[in-house]
Design a protein around this ligand. Structure first.
Ligand code: ADP
Length: 298
């Protein structure tokens, strides 16, 4: 089983001809509301792929919270531990996207996510899950408490990137940064790095196993002991990579919970994440297990 402890946000996407600068007003169009948040996106991806997926988090007692709960339930996620709390709105991310360039700006309002306390995550689904998936869009003290309470494998996506307390890193079994997050955690300067150089940065971190996601290049498995492995994605026609990293982690969690060895779990995750890029938005193209198995046979 997989339990996700993390954020649930409502994404508010609008299209603009040109991103506004400071003090400027831009006229946008095509407002789209979509369920998001790194935690909930990982849970939705895991729910599509496996069984026994539980989400632990907080939303507001508002329509956005209702939409989020409905979307997760539809993805097969147990939402009994997502409480709606009065007086705090569901977290949101407002994202203007520039037409043509596809570049965006993001303003996240944590809202109810900030109300998930350390005591809230010392619960059976966290203690008993084979794999617990964590990210950094809830209070850091709560992330640390969840890692401490977890009885199984702890997988942490260190996003948004920030320094991590040593007691958290010490309890993480699998750290899954993208390239930018790895460089930030390692305190290194941004640069173009080869897989061998990235593996060097990963090994210097205090986590057991590190999996670095590399966008269209796939992912790099850097185990505590043993050789590194660069897993390339299968060929897909990527149209939107939003949420690909979250799908990757959800799939990795399900595979690890099913007993896959790390190299096999990374191969599954790379395939699932590649499929997730073939539709618009973070959750529009989340694959099921049959779709992943089919593409891996090709
Ligand atoms: P994030 O979305 O968190 O920045 P990445 O960009 O590294 O993370 O993407 C996460 C994973 O999604 C990658 O490891 C890869 O498996 C998959 N992925 C991302 N972009 C593509 C792409 N263009 N084609 C195929 N797979 C992709």
């Amino acid at each position: 089983s997989v339990t996700v402890v993390g954020s649930l946000n409502e994404d508010v996407l609008v299209r603009v001809g040109r991103l506004p600068g400071r003090g400027e007003t831009a006229i946008g169009r095509d407002t789209v509301l979509a369920p998001g948040g790194k935690g909930a996106n990982q849970a939705a991806a895991a729910g599509r792929l496996g069984t026994g997926v539980v989400m632990v988090g907080r939303v507001g007692a508002d329509p956005a919270g209702e939409r989020q709960l409905a979307a997760l339930a539809e993805a097969g996620v147990d939402v009994a531990h997502v409480r709606q709390i009065a007086g705090s709105p569901t977290g949101s991310a407002t994202i203007p996207v520039e037409e043509g360039s596809g570049e965006n700006l993001i303003v996240v309002v944590p809202g109810a996510n900030a109300q998930l306390r350390p005591a809230d995550v010392d619960v059976d689904p966290v203690r008993d899950a084979g794999v617990v998936l964590l990210q950094l869009e809830i209070p850091l003290a709560t992330v640390t408490a969840a890692a401490a309470a977890a009885g199984g494998t702890v997988v942490l996506t260190p996003a948004p990137a920030r320094p991590l307390p040593p007691e958290l890193l010490a309890r993480v079994d699998v750290l899954v940064p993208n390239e930018h997050e790895l460089v930030t955690l390692a305190g290194a300067a941004p640069a173009d790095r080869s897989p061998a150089e990235l593996a060097g940065l990963a090994r210097a971190l205090e986590a057991d196993t590190v999996v670095v996601t590399l966008g269209a290049r796939g992912a790099l498995l850097v185990p505590g002991v043993g050789p590194t492995l660069l897993q390339a994605p299968p060929p897909v026609r990527a149209v939107d990579t939003t949420g690909a990293g979250d799908c990757f982690c959800g799939a990795l969690g399900v595979a690890l919970a099913d007993g896959a060895v790390p190299s096999e779990a990374v191969a599954v995750a790379v395939t699932a994440a590649a499929l997730s890029t073939t539709g618009a938005g973070a959750r529009a193209a989340l694959p099921d297990a049959a779709a992943v198995a089919r593409l891996r046979r090709e």
